[in-house]
Write a protein that binds this ligand. Structure first.
Ligand code: FPP
Length: 245
């Protein structure tokens, strides 16, 4: 691990934590047990990413589409963040990790909003790894909300349409300072980006793994980072241009 640390570590790692339900069903458990087990993977991966020197870690914890799942599953998923923050906040504070979130907070139950708000406040001054929870998040919704905020600024004359470029637009997204994703990991064996960070994943390297999220551990993260490091990132240029630069 020491050899890996800071040696071309992706600055922003984003993870689609898929496969909780299938993992549970395969062991004759309830889908909700899979989500509970997934929290342990969150703990371990947050710790590992921080040890490795990742700058930003964004985790897809609940999508806008997940609201349509069966009521008892939604309720269980909504009970997890509160307990997680209560347990993990001291370690985040100690390790200088800053907790942030993206997504439509207003749909979250009051308990989740409160614990998330508390975690954000308590870590607001931290300057280490940014740990972003995507909760009630959909990328299309985020982009639409950004357009809406931008139009409001235009209405009050705070923005000149001629001056809008990609950088200006990105500042209207949920986390204005979030850098582009370098490495997007999807567990659970499927090859989709779903509705996750569509703006931010332009040029991200995508690594999918058969491993179900409840079994995803530090070794898997290190393997994904090793794959990332073996890729040539061209950002639309030719290989010769990249090598010459
Ligand atoms: C997708 O698996 C996963 C989710 C919908 C939820 C992910 C949530 C966690 C891992 C826990 C979050 C924890 C905190 C602390 C916020 P799936 O159920 O769609 O899996 P399947 O494809 O096998 O059905």
């Amino acid at each position: 691990m020491d050899a890996l640390r800071n040696d071309r570590i992706p600055n922003h790692v984003a993870v689609i934590m898929d496969g909780n339900g299938r993992w549970a069903e395969r062991q004759g458990l309830e889908r909700t047990d899979g989500h509970r087990a997934g929290v342990e993977s969150v703990r371990q991966i947050v710790r590992a990413a921080n040890d490795l020197g990742v700058g930003w870690l964004t985790l897809y914890a609940f999508s806008s589409e997940n609201w349509s799942r069966p009521k008892h599953e939604v309720e269980l998923l909504m009970s997890l963040p509160e307990a997680y923050f209560e347990q993990e906040l001291p370690e985040a504070i100690e390790k200088n990790v800053r907790i942030l979130s993206i997504g439509r907070d207003d749909r979250l139950p009051p308990g989740v909003r409160k614990s998330l708000g508390h975690a954000r406040e308590q870590t607001a001054m931290n300057s280490g790894m940014r740990l972003v929870f995507a909760l009630s998040y959909g990328s299309r919704g985020e982009i639409v909300d950004a357009v809406s905020r931008l139009l409001k600024d235009h209405e009050i004359g705070a923005i000149d349409p001629e001056a809008i470029d990609e950088k200006t637009f990105a500042a209207y997204l949920d986390q204005p300072e979030m850098p582009d994703v370098d490495l997007l990991i999807r567990t659970g064996g499927e090859q989709r980006v779903s509705n996750f960070l569509l703006w931010q994943i332009a040029y991200a390297e995508i690594v999918t793994t058969e491993c179900m999220w409840p079994e995803f551990r530090r070794d898997h993260l290190e393997e994904a980072i090793a794959t990332f490091r073996s890729r040539e990132r061209r950002f639309g240029l030719t290989s010769a241009q990249v090598r010459g630069s």
